[in-house]
Design a protein around this ligand. Structure first.
Ligand SMILES: [Zn+2]
Length: 59
């Protein structure tokens, strides 16, 4: 890790994907367990998805 941390208000949070739908990329059943960095804080109401689940939601 040689990169500088993000500066400014956009703090990144380490969170896990909240997708629990079936037949997604890496979880045919149950919950996706992909972890990633997001600027959505854990106390925000938005549901956060990993990149792949998000793409499956959108398309
Ligand atoms: Zn996911």
């Amino acid at each position: 890790m040689k990169r500088f941390k993000n500066r400014g208000p956009n703090k990144l949070w380490h969170r896990s994907c909240m997708c629990d739908k079936e037949n997604h990329h890496n979880h045919s059943t149950g919950k996706c367990e992909v972890e990633f960095e997001t600027s959505y804080a854990p106390d925000r109401p938005e549901i956060v998805y990993c990149e792949k689940c998000y793409q499956q939601e959108v398309y």
